[in-house]
Design a protein around this ligand. Structure first.
Ligand SMILES: [Zn+2]
Length: 393
């Protein structure tokens, strides 16, 4: 290569690097309420990386270096801090401030079977209606990677993680003000999205989050599509209106061969014929029907089980008998109903196991999302109209 070409190539590389850096410069911190609805009133704060300055009622108390521990507990209407030897006082508000973006800490609840969890960013403690409130403020991408790992597991393909990251980011922004009354954005429970600390099991998860930085899933009207997914569709997803009181166009039923043959694609369960007939009797008269007519058959997913002039919602039957999905067929056995089921979860939106299989077969995150969500587009958050974003964002 001639010297002139080398210089041009070098300049292109610098420019590409600059564009890459500047596109990542958009950063948004998210405030997450930890151990939501868990009566956590004592835990150990373990500084694992960098330095943390500890403030009690806005006054500096001490600095923690990597390896240092502090015991934190609620005592009446105060928060008590102590290390192995010394009591550091009681406060109504405590902050652990990180010195830079590389700092990390671990939390272990006392008297709890919950495993210790690793976090990044800052930690604030206060008492909210008499209970200890724990708020973690961290970069959005650290949060998304943690959610992707908690919701998708540590051993999938990168394109699956990219699809899941876009869904979880879209959900987070759409629900940005869900816990504003409590002083944070989202909780770490299934009530919002499961977050068990930062992703630390598979480096391809943070990479997938970084490579889709800022991307969200929206409808043709630029409305954010929240993360709606389930474990396995059983070969066919379900329209949202068949499960919930919602009729979003983007949640249609799709035939999903990718979910077949996966870990959760089939299940079986037996219930007694007597309990099934007792259940049905609570809703309709069954005396005139032979037992065989009481068996639900589904070649394709149905919303209702129709018996004579009555119809029962299959979602209610699923809940009553604690079934893995609504997609099942019943077989009459002596005194028993054998249920042959397909899939796991509500069946609406993206099938995670189907999406993982698509990724293994070489489909991209865009192919995966467009397969499970109808008529959607993938956009950068900065290109969305302000009217579609939460006010506080
Ligand atoms: Zn929540």
């Amino acid at each position: 290569m001639r010297t002139g070409s080398k210089i041009i190539l070098f300049l292109i590389q610098i420019c590409a690097g600059f564009i890459l850096i500047s596109s990542y410069s958009f950063s948004q911190d998210v405030r997450v309420g930890l151990f939501w609805k868990n009566t956590a009133n004592a835990f150990v704060f373990h500084c694992t990386e960098g330095k943390y300055q500890v403030f009690g009622d806005s006054m500096y108390t001490r600095t923690l270096n990597a390896g240092d521990l502090l015991y934190v507990g609620q005592v009446g209407d105060h928060i008590s801090l102590m290390d192995s030897e010394l009591q550091h006082g009681e406060f109504s508000r405590v902050e652990f401030r990180n010195s830079d973006s590389h700092c990390g800490f671990r939390l272990k609840l006392v008297d709890s079977l919950t495993e210790a969890r690793n976090y990044s960013g800052r930690l604030e403690l206060s008492l909210f209606f008499g209970s200890l409130q724990i708020i973690n403020t961290l970069p959005m991408d650290d949060y998304i990677a943690g959610v992707v790992e908690a919701e998708g597991g540590p051993s999938a393909e990168t394109e699956f993680y990219r699809a899941q990251a876009i869904l979880c980011r879209s959900y987070a922004i759409k629900n940005w003000e869900k816990h504003m009354g409590e002083g944070y954005n989202l909780c770490d429970n299934i009530h919002c999205q499961v977050f068990k600390g930062i992703s630390d099991e598979n480096p391809s998860i943070p990479e997938a989050v970084l490579s889709t930085h800022g991307l969200v899933l929206v409808t043709q009207n630029y409305s954010l599509v929240p993360a709606i997914f389930h474990s396995n569709s059983g070969g066919e997803t379900q329209r949202a209106s068949d499960v919930w009181n919602s009729s979003e166009d983007y949640l249609q039923a799709v035939l999903d061969p990718f979910s077949e043959g996966q870990r959760s694609s089939r299940w079986e369960k037996s219930i007694s014929l007597e309990s099934w007939k007792n259940y049905l009797s609570g809703y309709t008269k069954i005396e005139s029907f032979p037992d065989e007519d009481l068996m639900i058959k589904q070649e394709h997913r149905k919303k209702f089980f129709v018996l004579g002039e009555d119809s029962l919602r299959i979602t209610d039957i699923r809940a009553a008998f604690n079934l893995k999905s609504t997609f099942f067929t019943m077989e009459l056995k002596p005194d028993t109903v054998l249920i042959h089921g397909k899939g796991y979860g509500h069946g609406v939106g993206m099938s995670q196991e189907g999406a993982m299989e698509m990724a293994r077969q070489g489909y991209s995150y865009s192919d995966i999302l467009r397969f499970y969500f109808y008529n959607v587009r993938i956009m950068d958050i900065s290109d969305l109209p302000a009217s579609e974003l939460p006010e506080e964002f």
